[in-house]
Every structure is written in structure tokens, then in C-alpha cells.
Write a protein that binds this ligand. Structure first.
Ligand code: NAP
Length: 331
């Protein structure tokens, strides 16, 4: 059986695509990511599953918990006849049409595809970061999500690593819980927007530690964090800083490994799109964080998911009267 539409991924972008395509009687199949693969691939629901309060998703006047929002989106999509495979995609072949998508040994064929696999937080690459995502985020003092784990650090001293908007946002958020927040940045100027910089720089609870890289975290494997070893990125000098929590906020990585060589990616691995959601490959669309490193919001992901569903539906209609070659010429 060749599916009209296969949706890969199930965050706000994937669920919105499913909702729109389901209502349009396209009969989509969603491969939702299953339980994921630790910190690299978060599985069904994506990043919102490790978020607490979402206050900026329109329609929820008093905010909503991230996992609850994902559950509502999933239920809403399933009302309209979406078939779900609770697994991770292992391989794709977009070189022969209809396209092939593998989940281990099972293969699904598709006339149109929407990729909505999102992005994951980046880690520095220290061994001590591992227990954080293997044994539950935050519990052992290292986290990539202040809104998820800030609660564990009430009255404690913590550090945020990074100099971008995410790091500023995390640092400001953490001041609600922690007694002091260090921002450890490898350079002496910030990448963050002016307004976020100003807010963080003037905050009485935030102290900046410039030109510094974290060499070692002591010691999440022992069950808690007691401090970090810093290396001055200019002089190379080492120093110690006592603290109880480390929040890594150095950006995100799009989940596109499985698509490498099949569609065009940019230098950072995000999917290149044109006409909002069209990838370089005919009938393959991309929506949400996997193609957006600028906004990365649940609402923008949902918006592009809607666009992808409408474009896929229109393309399927076209394919009733045009050959694949004729339709490809318009892509
Ligand atoms: P980003 O802008 O890429 O910043 C990443 C930061 O982490 C940079 O300061 C970078 O240092 C540092 N970094 C990267 N790798 C590192 C490493 N291995 N070790 C130590 N430091 C490292 O990422 P982001 O802050 O996640 O923001 C991504 C995008 O989302 C941006 O466009 C941002 O404006 C947007 N965003 C907006 C908001 C908002 O407006 N409220 C909130 C969050 C994100 P260098 O500066 O030296 O490269």
C-alpha cells in the first residue's frame, strides 16, 4: 500500500500536520518517534515533553504544561483518523518515487512526506553530562532545560553555559529559584539580542564569568554537582567555581541525521526549505524546528505544520491529473 502522506515526527509541527491532513481526508500515517533515543532524540512529543509551563501558546490563558499540551494535540489529531506507528524512522529513500521510509525492517511507501523531527539541545561533550540525560534530567545537577529542572535548585548556586538568547533566558528564569546564577561564556561578548543581554547583565542575581570554558563538572556520577573546573580561553589558566547545578544552553541540533544525503541541509544540519515548507526533494516537506533555527516556538512549528499539510493535500490533488514528472517541474 502506498500512503498518501507519511508524517515523520510528532511535536507541534507533526501533530498539526496530522490534524489538518486528517480533516482533509488524506488519511495520514504518522511515525511518531516512539520512546526516542535518550538526549539525542526525545521521542514522541519532542522537546515540549521535557518542558514545564508553556505560557505563550495562544488559547491557554493561564498557561499549560508542555506534556499536557502535546497530549491534547495528539488526541485532537487522532480524532480525524490518523494512523500512528510508535517508532523511530531508521532509514529513508527519497530517490525512487513513491518514497520509502523504514522502521527497522518494515517499509512504508509514501506519495508525500512531511518531516517534523524537531531539534535537540546540544551538549558540550563532557563525560559528566551523560548521567543527566541517562538518569533523568536535572536530578543529578546537570540539565539542558531550566524550566524543566530549575525547581530542583531552589536556594542554590547554579551556572548557565552559553552566551546566546537561550542562555540569557535560562539564566533569568533560574533567578526565580536559585540564590545566584553564573553565566559562563567562552568569549567576552554575548551573542544574545540586546534586550536579553541588558536584562541579564543588570540582574542582581546573575554574575558573568567571561572567556571561560567548563573543563570538568564535579561530579554528577556521585549523584550531585559541587562545582566546575574552568579554563580561561585566553590565558589557559584553570580555576574552580563552587556551585550545585549546571545548565547547558549552547544551542540546538536539528534531528536530520537520517535524511543526510537525501535532501538539502544547511551547514548546521537544518533542512533547507523554499515556498515555506518545501524541501529540495519533490513532495517532501519539512515543518517546525527541523527547518527553523530562528523562531523555534511551538506556535511557529504548528504554523508550518499547517502549511505542510495544506501543500501536501494540494499536491496530492494535482497528482490525480498530472504525472509525477509534470508535477515535479513545478516544485
Ligand atoms: P546560539 O545563538 O547559537 O548561541 C549559542 C551560544 O552557546 C553562543 O554564545 C556560543 O558561543 C555558545 N556555545 C556554542 N557551543 C559551545 C560550546 N561547545 N561550549 C561553550 N559555549 C558554546 O543558540 P541559542 O541561544 O540557543 O539561540 C538559537 C536561536 O534561537 C537564536 O536565533 C536566538 O535568537 C533564538 N532564541 C530567541 C529567544 C528569545 O528571543 N526569547 C530565546 C531563545 C532562543 P559563541 O557566542 O562564542 O559562539
Amino acid at each position: 500500500m502506498v500512503h498518501n502522506l507519511v508524517i515523520i515526527g510528532s511535536g507541534p509541527a507533526g501533530y498539526t500536520t496530522a490534524l489538518y491532513a486528517g480533516r482533509a481526508n488524506v488519511g495520514p500515517l504518522m511515525i511518531d518517534g516512539g520512546v526516542g533515543k535518550g538526549q539525542e532524540l526525545l521521542g514522541a512529543g519532542g522537546q515540549l515533553m521535557i518542558t514545564t509551563e508553556v505560557e505563550n501558546y495562544p488559547g491557554f490563558e493561564h498557561g499549560i504544561q508542555g506534556p499536557e499540551l502535546m497530549q491534547i494535540m495528539r488526541k485532537q489529531a487522532l480524532r480525524f483518523g490518523v494512523e500512528v506507528v510508535e517508532e523511530l524512522v531508521s532509514r529513508v529513500d527519497f530517490n525512487v518515487y513513491p518514497y520509502k521510509i523504514w522502521v527497522n525492517d518494515d517499509v512504508y511507501e509514501a506519495k508525500t512526506v512531511v518531516i517534523a523531527t524537531g531539534a535537540s539541545a546540544k551538549w558540550i561533550g563532557l563525560d559528566e553530562e551523560k548521567p543527566a540525560w541517562e538518569g533523568g534530567l536535572g536530578g543529578r545537577g546537570v540539565s539542558a532545560c531550566a524550566t524543566c529542572d530549575g525547581f530542583f535548585f531552589r536556594g542554590k548556586e547554579v551556572a548557565v553555559i552559553g552566551g546566546g538568547d537561550t542562555a540569557m533566558e535560562e539564566a533569568i528564569y533560574l533567578t526565580n529559584h536559585a540564590s545566584k546564577v553564573y553565566v559562563i561564556h567562552r568569549r567576552d561578548t554575548l551573542r544574545a539580542s540586546k534586550i536579553m543581554q541588558e536584562r541579564a547583565l543588570k540582574h542582581p542575581k546573575i554574575e558573568f564569568v567571561w572567556t571561560s570554558a567548563v573543563e570538568k563538572i564535579h561530579d554528577p556520577a556521585e549523584g550531585k554537582v559541587t562545582g566546575v573546573t574552568l579554563r580561561n580561553t585566553v590565558t589557559g589558566a584553570l580555576s574552580e567555581l563552587a556551585l550545585q547545578g549546571v545548565f547547558v544552553a549552547i544551542g540546538h541540533k536539528p534531528n536530520t541525521e537520517v535524511f543526510a544525503g537525501q535532501i538539502e541541509l544547511d551547514d548546521a544540519g537544518y533542512i533547507n526549505t523554499h515556498h515555506n515548507v518545501r524541501t529540495s526533494k519533490f513532495a517532501v516537506f519539512a515543518a517546525g524546528d527541523v527547518q527553523d533555527h530562528e523562531y523555534r516556538q511551538a506556535i511557529t512549528a504548528a504554523g508550518t505544520g499547517c502549511m505542510a499539510a495544506i501543500q501536501a493535500e494540494r499536491l496530492l490533488e494535482q497528482l490525480n491529473v498530472l504525472s509525477v514528472d509534470e508535477a515535479t517541474a513545478d516544485w
